[in-house]
Write a protein that binds this ligand. Sequence first.
Ligand code: GDP
Ligand code: MG
Length: 307
Amino acid sequence: MVEAESGAPAARRCGFVALIGAPNVGKSTLINALVGAKVAIVSHKVQTTRALLRGIATQAQAQLVFVDTPGIFAPRRRLDRAMVAGAWMGAGDADIVGALIDAKRGLDEETGALLERLAGLQRPKILIVNKIDLVEKPTLLALVKSATERVAFAATFMVSALTGDGIADLKAGLAGRVPVGPWHYPEDQITDAPLRQLAAEITREKLYLRLHQELPYQSMVETNSWQELKNGSVRIEQTIYVERTSQRKIVLGKGGQTIKAIGAEARREIAGIAEQPVHLFLFVKVREAWGDDPERYREIGLEFPSE
Ligand code: GDP
Ligand code: MG
């Protein structure tokens, strides 16, 4: 006897999944693991995700659009407040909100506050415990128990974004939960960030990796010009903004050594993503108190908070 065909092919699904969590829980690493390519910037320096960056993954019939929110934390400065507002706004718009908890860090005060606010959010919520490679099972289960007592999560996943453990399960779980509907992006697209924005993020990452001890969070990178040349290469000009002359000196380094090294690393990575040879020109400018300039906020996709 032949089993009957199940009929029509499974319907397509598509949805936005906002990942929220404290800085450093691994949101960006997780998005890269889910997408299978580097679209988000990972750093040991907290708070490197500024604007809401989207990474796109497909799983069977489902397209999952991940929104990498800035880490939610206690805001003090204006820029911090804009980031927190941006993160919650991203969560409010999403089809699913994935709350990330760091297994090693556990339910500290900051995570507790996040769960409290999350409990009031009227969206489907799932719990994602990350960094399970760092803790023993009993610790993990105790953590899940206490988190699920505080918020009504539709599901719980335990993963390691670093080793890939549990990622396939998470992806399948999300694919089954996003709404039925047409895909928002072409099949092979992995991010909706324009190349020039990605290129700026890459340079910013190299900057942080090298100078995280000397530079405050405020420094930022903008791509000012992106010129396709006849020979198939591209000429890119970027400006690194710092707030003080002393910081400019640090970025340049002795005889321009530091900026040269940052430029070489960034150029290599941008060329890989743009799939063409890149000539990268970096400029370092001092712009005092750019943290209070509304125009800078627009450029990185944030609302300027009025107070
Ligand atoms: P975000 O601030 O939430 O976006 O966090 P990142 O993705 O930038 O990660 C912060 C740090 O945690 C980085 O050093 C990552 O390599 C590390 N990390 C992320 N996921 C894991 C994990 O599953 N296990 C371990 N051991 N480290 C992780
Ligand atoms: Mg991040």
